[in-house]
Design a binder for this molecule. Sequence first.
Ligand SMILES: [Zn+2]
Length: 378
Amino acid sequence: MSDVLNLACELIRRRSLTPDDAGCQVLIGERLQCAGFAIEHLRYGDVSNLWATHGDGDPVFAFLGHTDVVPTGPESDWASAPFEPVIRDGRLYGRGAADMKSGVAAMTVALEQFVAAHPDHRGTVALLLTSDEEGPLNRDGVRRVVEEFRRRGQRIDFCVVGEPSSAEKLGDIVRVGRRGSLSGSLTVRGVQGHVAYPDKVRNPIHLAAPALAELAATRWDEGNAEFPPTSFQVSNVHAGTGALNVVPGTLEAKFNFRFCTASTAQSLRERTEAILRRHKLDFAIDWNLSGEPFATSAGKLRGAVEAATKAICAIAPRADTGGGTSDARFIAPLGAEVVEVGPVNASIHKIDEHVALDDLEKLPGWYRRIVETLLADG
Ligand SMILES: [Zn+2]
Protein backbone atom coordinates (compact mmCIF):
# COMPACT_ATOMS: atom_id res chain seq x y z
CA MET A 1 0.00 0.00 0.00
CA SER A 2 1.41 3.42 -0.94
CA ASP A 3 2.07 6.10 1.65
CA VAL A 4 -0.73 8.38 0.42
CA LEU A 5 -3.30 5.55 0.22
CA ASN A 6 -2.36 4.37 3.69
CA LEU A 7 -2.74 7.86 5.16
CA ALA A 8 -6.04 8.49 3.32
CA CYS A 9 -7.42 5.24 4.81
CA GLU A 10 -6.21 6.21 8.29
CA LEU A 11 -8.06 9.53 7.98
CA ILE A 12 -11.29 8.01 6.60
CA ARG A 13 -11.36 5.64 9.59
CA ARG A 14 -11.65 8.63 11.90
CA ARG A 15 -15.31 9.64 12.19
CA SER A 16 -14.67 13.38 11.95
CA LEU A 17 -18.12 14.91 11.56
CA THR A 18 -17.97 18.72 11.82
CA PRO A 19 -16.62 20.08 14.14
CA ASP A 20 -15.06 16.88 15.52
CA ASP A 21 -11.55 16.33 14.15
CA ALA A 22 -11.46 12.82 15.70
CA GLY A 23 -7.66 12.79 15.93
CA CYS A 24 -6.87 13.47 12.25
CA GLN A 25 -4.77 16.56 13.00
CA VAL A 26 -2.79 14.92 15.81
CA LEU A 27 -1.88 12.11 13.41
CA ILE A 28 -0.78 14.57 10.71
CA GLY A 29 0.97 16.85 13.23
CA GLU A 30 3.06 13.94 14.53
CA ARG A 31 4.09 12.96 11.01
CA LEU A 32 5.07 16.48 10.04
CA GLN A 33 6.92 16.99 13.33
CA CYS A 34 9.03 13.94 12.45
CA ALA A 35 9.72 15.61 9.09
CA GLY A 36 11.05 18.71 10.88
CA PHE A 37 7.96 20.94 10.88
CA ALA A 38 7.04 23.26 13.76
CA ILE A 39 3.55 22.27 14.91
CA GLU A 40 0.88 24.45 16.44
CA HIS A 41 -2.59 23.27 17.44
CA LEU A 42 -5.02 26.21 17.54
CA ARG A 43 -8.19 25.16 19.32
CA TYR A 44 -11.20 27.49 19.34
CA GLY A 45 -14.37 26.17 21.00
CA ASP A 46 -15.08 22.69 19.59
CA VAL A 47 -12.92 23.29 16.54
CA SER A 48 -9.40 21.96 15.94
CA ASN A 49 -6.98 23.81 13.67
CA LEU A 50 -3.42 22.79 12.80
CA TRP A 51 -0.67 25.14 11.59
CA ALA A 52 2.53 23.35 10.59
CA THR A 53 5.52 25.25 9.15
CA HIS A 54 8.98 24.44 7.82
CA GLY A 55 11.66 27.04 7.06
CA ASP A 56 11.29 30.74 7.69
CA GLY A 57 10.75 34.06 5.99
CA ASP A 58 9.12 34.87 2.67
CA PRO A 59 7.62 33.74 0.48
CA VAL A 60 5.14 31.67 2.47
CA PHE A 61 3.52 28.80 0.61
CA ALA A 62 0.62 27.14 2.48
CA PHE A 63 -1.53 24.15 1.67
CA LEU A 64 -5.03 24.49 3.09
CA GLY A 65 -7.60 21.81 3.84
CA HIS A 66 -10.23 20.47 6.22
CA THR A 67 -10.37 17.24 8.19
CA ASP A 68 -14.13 17.35 8.87
CA VAL A 69 -16.67 15.56 6.70
CA VAL A 70 -20.42 15.89 6.12
CA PRO A 71 -22.87 13.34 7.61
CA THR A 72 -23.21 10.02 5.80
CA GLY A 73 -26.97 9.91 5.29
CA PRO A 74 -28.50 6.44 5.92
CA GLU A 75 -25.48 4.16 6.42
CA SER A 76 -27.54 1.21 5.14
CA ASP A 77 -27.66 2.91 1.72
CA TRP A 78 -23.87 2.64 1.42
CA ALA A 79 -22.43 -0.40 -0.37
CA SER A 80 -19.80 -0.53 2.42
CA ALA A 81 -19.57 1.19 5.80
CA PRO A 82 -18.70 4.88 5.25
CA PHE A 83 -15.96 5.02 7.90
CA GLU A 84 -14.30 1.76 6.87
CA PRO A 85 -12.18 2.52 3.81
CA VAL A 86 -12.67 -0.11 1.12
CA ILE A 87 -11.00 -0.54 -2.27
CA ARG A 88 -13.33 -1.73 -5.02
CA ASP A 89 -12.99 -1.55 -8.80
CA GLY A 90 -9.96 0.73 -8.67
CA ARG A 91 -11.59 3.19 -6.28
CA LEU A 92 -11.23 4.02 -2.61
CA TYR A 93 -14.66 4.33 -0.94
CA GLY A 94 -15.51 6.13 2.30
CA ARG A 95 -16.92 9.40 3.64
CA GLY A 96 -14.33 12.07 2.89
CA ALA A 97 -12.56 10.00 0.20
CA ALA A 98 -12.99 12.90 -2.23
CA ASP A 99 -13.91 15.80 0.10
CA MET A 100 -11.21 15.98 1.20
CA LYS A 101 -9.20 13.37 3.07
CA SER A 102 -7.37 12.26 -0.08
CA GLY A 103 -6.35 15.86 -0.62
CA VAL A 104 -5.26 16.21 3.03
CA ALA A 105 -3.24 12.97 2.85
CA ALA A 106 -1.64 14.04 -0.43
CA MET A 107 -0.73 17.54 0.81
CA THR A 108 0.91 15.96 3.88
CA VAL A 109 2.91 13.45 1.83
CA ALA A 110 3.87 16.15 -0.70
CA LEU A 111 5.27 18.33 2.10
CA GLU A 112 7.21 15.44 3.64
CA GLN A 113 8.73 14.60 0.26
CA PHE A 114 9.44 18.25 -0.53
CA VAL A 115 11.39 19.04 2.65
CA ALA A 116 13.30 15.74 2.42
CA ALA A 117 14.41 16.61 -1.12
CA HIS A 118 14.92 20.34 -0.47
CA PRO A 119 15.90 20.80 3.19
CA ASP A 120 17.24 24.30 2.41
CA HIS A 121 14.29 25.50 0.34
CA ARG A 122 13.44 29.20 0.03
CA GLY A 123 10.94 30.80 2.41
CA THR A 124 8.36 28.84 4.37
CA VAL A 125 6.19 25.87 3.44
CA ALA A 126 3.14 25.24 5.59
CA LEU A 127 -0.02 23.25 6.10
CA LEU A 128 -3.19 24.74 7.58
CA LEU A 129 -6.03 22.38 8.51
CA THR A 130 -9.38 22.99 10.18
CA SER A 131 -12.21 20.75 11.40
CA ASP A 132 -14.86 23.41 10.70
CA GLU A 133 -15.27 23.78 6.96
CA GLU A 134 -18.48 21.85 6.30
CA GLY A 135 -20.53 23.31 9.17
CA PRO A 136 -23.03 26.14 8.88
CA LEU A 137 -21.07 28.73 10.85
CA ASN A 138 -17.35 28.43 9.95
CA ARG A 139 -16.71 30.71 12.90
CA ASP A 140 -13.87 28.95 14.70
CA GLY A 141 -12.08 27.51 11.71
CA VAL A 142 -9.97 29.28 9.09
CA ARG A 143 -11.85 32.56 9.64
CA ARG A 144 -10.62 32.61 13.26
CA VAL A 145 -7.11 31.43 12.40
CA VAL A 146 -6.79 34.25 9.86
CA GLU A 147 -7.77 36.76 12.56
CA GLU A 148 -4.92 35.36 14.66
CA PHE A 149 -2.56 35.56 11.66
CA ARG A 150 -3.44 39.23 11.20
CA ARG A 151 -2.59 39.90 14.85
CA ARG A 152 0.77 38.17 14.46
CA GLY A 153 1.55 39.71 11.09
CA GLN A 154 1.67 36.21 9.59
CA ARG A 155 1.46 36.50 5.80
CA ILE A 156 0.65 33.92 3.16
CA ASP A 157 1.86 34.55 -0.39
CA PHE A 158 0.71 31.39 -2.15
CA CYS A 159 -2.06 29.04 -1.07
CA VAL A 160 -3.12 25.77 -2.68
CA VAL A 161 -6.38 24.31 -1.41
CA GLY A 162 -6.63 20.56 -2.02
CA GLU A 163 -10.42 20.62 -2.43
CA PRO A 164 -11.92 18.41 -5.14
CA SER A 165 -11.92 20.85 -8.08
CA SER A 166 -11.82 18.40 -10.99
CA ALA A 167 -15.06 17.66 -12.85
CA GLU A 168 -14.47 14.60 -15.03
CA LYS A 169 -10.73 14.02 -15.29
CA LEU A 170 -8.05 14.81 -12.74
CA GLY A 171 -6.77 18.33 -13.43
CA ASP A 172 -9.44 19.34 -15.97
CA ILE A 173 -10.48 22.30 -13.79
CA VAL A 174 -8.56 24.48 -11.36
CA ARG A 175 -10.58 26.90 -9.32
CA VAL A 176 -9.01 30.36 -9.38
CA GLY A 177 -11.73 32.18 -7.48
CA ARG A 178 -15.13 31.94 -5.98
CA ARG A 179 -18.24 34.01 -6.24
CA GLY A 180 -19.46 35.85 -3.17
CA SER A 181 -22.60 34.73 -1.36
CA LEU A 182 -25.10 37.24 0.05
CA SER A 183 -28.40 36.05 1.53
CA GLY A 184 -31.45 38.04 2.52
CA SER A 185 -34.40 37.13 4.70
CA LEU A 186 -37.25 39.41 3.69
CA THR A 187 -40.41 40.14 5.70
CA VAL A 188 -43.20 42.08 3.97
CA ARG A 189 -45.88 43.41 6.28
CA GLY A 190 -49.52 43.81 5.26
CA VAL A 191 -52.79 43.89 7.14
CA GLN A 192 -54.54 40.61 7.94
CA GLY A 193 -58.27 40.24 7.41
CA HIS A 194 -61.21 38.44 5.80
CA VAL A 195 -60.81 37.68 2.07
CA ALA A 196 -64.36 38.98 1.51
CA TYR A 197 -63.40 42.50 2.63
CA PRO A 198 -60.60 43.62 0.28
CA ASP A 199 -60.86 47.25 1.35
CA LYS A 200 -60.07 46.24 4.96
CA VAL A 201 -56.83 44.29 4.23
CA ARG A 202 -53.38 44.88 2.75
CA ASN A 203 -52.38 41.62 1.07
CA PRO A 204 -48.59 41.14 1.39
CA ILE A 205 -48.64 38.40 -1.27
CA HIS A 206 -50.11 40.74 -3.87
CA LEU A 207 -47.72 43.49 -2.84
CA ALA A 208 -44.58 41.33 -2.82
CA ALA A 209 -45.16 39.30 -5.99
CA PRO A 210 -44.40 42.06 -8.56
CA ALA A 211 -41.38 43.19 -6.50
CA LEU A 212 -39.96 39.64 -6.40
CA ALA A 213 -40.61 39.33 -10.14
CA GLU A 214 -38.65 42.52 -10.76
CA LEU A 215 -35.76 41.31 -8.58
CA ALA A 216 -35.72 37.99 -10.46
CA ALA A 217 -35.68 39.77 -13.84
CA THR A 218 -32.97 42.30 -12.93
CA ARG A 219 -29.62 42.09 -14.71
CA TRP A 220 -27.30 42.92 -11.80
CA ASP A 221 -24.08 43.12 -13.81
CA GLU A 222 -22.45 41.65 -16.92
CA GLY A 223 -19.79 39.58 -15.14
CA ASN A 224 -16.14 40.05 -16.14
CA ALA A 225 -13.11 38.12 -17.40
CA GLU A 226 -13.01 35.91 -14.30
CA PHE A 227 -16.71 35.53 -13.51
CA PRO A 228 -20.14 34.96 -15.04
CA PRO A 229 -22.80 37.63 -14.25
CA THR A 230 -24.16 37.85 -10.70
CA SER A 231 -27.19 35.62 -10.15
CA PHE A 232 -30.22 36.11 -7.89
CA GLN A 233 -32.43 33.25 -6.71
CA VAL A 234 -35.43 33.15 -4.40
CA SER A 235 -35.18 29.96 -2.32
CA ASN A 236 -38.23 30.21 -0.04
CA VAL A 237 -41.55 32.05 0.00
CA HIS A 238 -44.00 31.67 2.81
CA ALA A 239 -47.30 33.37 3.58
CA GLY A 240 -50.75 32.35 4.65
CA THR A 241 -52.49 30.90 7.67
CA GLY A 242 -53.67 27.77 5.89
CA ALA A 243 -57.24 29.03 5.88
CA LEU A 244 -58.87 29.92 2.56
CA ASN A 245 -60.77 32.89 3.92
CA VAL A 246 -57.91 34.79 5.59
CA VAL A 247 -55.56 37.30 3.96
CA PRO A 248 -52.26 36.88 5.87
CA GLY A 249 -50.57 39.72 7.69
CA THR A 250 -47.03 38.99 6.52
CA LEU A 251 -45.02 37.31 3.79
CA GLU A 252 -41.53 35.93 4.28
CA ALA A 253 -39.10 35.24 1.47
CA LYS A 254 -35.49 34.09 1.45
CA PHE A 255 -33.17 34.80 -1.43
CA ASN A 256 -29.48 34.57 -2.30
CA PHE A 257 -27.04 36.39 -4.55
CA ARG A 258 -24.02 34.54 -5.96
CA PHE A 259 -22.11 37.61 -6.97
CA CYS A 260 -18.97 38.42 -8.88
CA THR A 261 -16.37 41.16 -8.46
CA ALA A 262 -18.33 43.39 -10.88
CA SER A 263 -20.76 44.07 -7.99
CA THR A 264 -20.31 44.62 -4.27
CA ALA A 265 -22.42 43.33 -1.42
CA GLN A 266 -23.17 46.94 -0.51
CA SER A 267 -24.41 47.82 -4.02
CA LEU A 268 -26.60 44.70 -4.18
CA ARG A 269 -28.16 45.49 -0.81
CA GLU A 270 -28.90 49.08 -1.85
CA ARG A 271 -30.33 48.14 -5.23
CA THR A 272 -32.54 45.43 -3.70
CA GLU A 273 -33.93 47.78 -1.09
CA ALA A 274 -34.50 50.51 -3.71
CA ILE A 275 -36.64 48.11 -5.78
CA LEU A 276 -38.66 47.09 -2.71
CA ARG A 277 -39.21 50.74 -1.79
CA ARG A 278 -40.30 51.58 -5.33
CA HIS A 279 -42.99 48.92 -4.92
CA LYS A 280 -44.05 50.74 -1.74
CA LEU A 281 -43.55 47.71 0.48
CA ASP A 282 -43.50 47.88 4.26
CA PHE A 283 -40.55 45.54 4.73
CA ALA A 284 -37.50 44.48 6.74
CA ILE A 285 -34.49 42.50 5.51
CA ASP A 286 -32.04 40.50 7.56
CA TRP A 287 -28.85 40.36 5.45
CA ASN A 288 -26.09 37.76 5.77
CA LEU A 289 -22.84 38.08 3.82
CA SER A 290 -21.17 34.65 4.02
CA GLY A 291 -18.36 35.28 1.56
CA GLU A 292 -16.86 38.07 -0.53
CA PRO A 293 -15.90 37.15 -4.08
CA PHE A 294 -12.23 36.78 -4.92
CA ALA A 295 -10.16 35.83 -7.93
CA THR A 296 -6.49 35.06 -8.41
CA SER A 297 -5.40 36.45 -11.76
CA ALA A 298 -2.74 34.86 -13.93
CA GLY A 299 0.58 35.03 -12.07
CA LYS A 300 3.24 32.90 -10.41
CA LEU A 301 0.90 30.49 -8.65
CA ARG A 302 -1.44 29.91 -11.58
CA GLY A 303 1.59 29.45 -13.81
CA ALA A 304 3.06 26.84 -11.44
CA VAL A 305 -0.27 25.01 -11.15
CA GLU A 306 -0.80 24.94 -14.93
CA ALA A 307 2.69 23.60 -15.58
CA ALA A 308 2.39 20.95 -12.85
CA THR A 309 -1.04 19.88 -14.13
CA LYS A 310 0.24 19.47 -17.68
CA ALA A 311 3.26 17.50 -16.44
CA ILE A 312 1.48 15.18 -13.98
CA CYS A 313 -2.10 14.91 -15.29
CA ALA A 314 -1.28 15.38 -19.00
CA ILE A 315 -4.12 17.87 -19.36
CA ALA A 316 -4.37 21.64 -19.82
CA PRO A 317 -6.60 22.81 -16.95
CA ARG A 318 -9.49 25.22 -17.43
CA ALA A 319 -9.56 28.09 -14.93
CA ASP A 320 -12.97 28.36 -13.31
CA THR A 321 -14.76 30.26 -10.55
CA GLY A 322 -17.85 28.04 -10.11
CA GLY A 323 -19.09 26.01 -7.18
CA GLY A 324 -20.05 27.06 -3.68
CA THR A 325 -17.89 28.90 -1.19
CA SER A 326 -14.74 27.45 0.40
CA ASP A 327 -12.20 28.44 3.04
CA ALA A 328 -10.13 30.02 0.27
CA ARG A 329 -12.35 33.08 0.80
CA PHE A 330 -10.67 33.74 4.16
CA ILE A 331 -7.10 33.37 2.84
CA ALA A 332 -7.45 35.54 -0.28
CA PRO A 333 -7.98 38.79 1.73
CA LEU A 334 -4.53 38.27 3.30
CA GLY A 335 -3.18 39.20 -0.12
CA ALA A 336 -2.43 35.60 -1.08
CA GLU A 337 -2.68 34.09 -4.54
CA VAL A 338 -5.09 31.19 -3.97
CA VAL A 339 -5.93 28.26 -6.24
CA GLU A 340 -8.00 25.15 -5.53
CA VAL A 341 -6.76 21.95 -7.14
CA GLY A 342 -7.78 18.43 -6.29
CA PRO A 343 -9.56 15.22 -7.19
CA VAL A 344 -12.82 14.68 -9.10
CA ASN A 345 -15.82 16.04 -7.22
CA ALA A 346 -18.62 13.94 -8.78
CA SER A 347 -19.32 11.93 -5.59
CA ILE A 348 -18.76 14.52 -2.87
CA HIS A 349 -21.35 14.67 -0.06
CA LYS A 350 -23.08 11.64 -1.66
CA ILE A 351 -23.71 8.02 -0.69
CA ASP A 352 -20.70 5.84 -1.73
CA GLU A 353 -18.28 8.80 -1.95
CA HIS A 354 -15.05 7.70 -3.61
CA VAL A 355 -11.80 8.67 -5.29
CA ALA A 356 -10.09 6.84 -8.16
CA LEU A 357 -6.90 5.13 -6.95
CA ASP A 358 -5.00 6.30 -10.04
CA ASP A 359 -5.94 9.89 -9.20
CA LEU A 360 -5.06 9.50 -5.52
CA GLU A 361 -1.60 8.20 -6.42
CA LYS A 362 -0.98 11.22 -8.67
CA LEU A 363 -1.96 13.83 -6.08
CA PRO A 364 1.25 14.01 -3.96
CA GLY A 365 3.49 14.40 -7.02
CA TRP A 366 1.16 17.02 -8.45
CA TYR A 367 1.16 19.09 -5.24
CA ARG A 368 4.89 18.61 -4.74
CA ARG A 369 5.62 19.85 -8.26
CA ILE A 370 3.69 23.07 -7.55
CA VAL A 371 5.73 23.79 -4.39
CA GLU A 372 8.98 22.91 -6.14
CA THR A 373 8.31 25.36 -8.95
CA LEU A 374 7.87 28.18 -6.44
CA LEU A 375 10.25 27.40 -3.55
CA ALA A 376 12.75 24.66 -4.42
CA ASP A 377 15.88 26.79 -4.93
CA GLY A 378 17.72 27.38 -1.66
ZN1 LIG B 1 -14.38 20.21 1.10
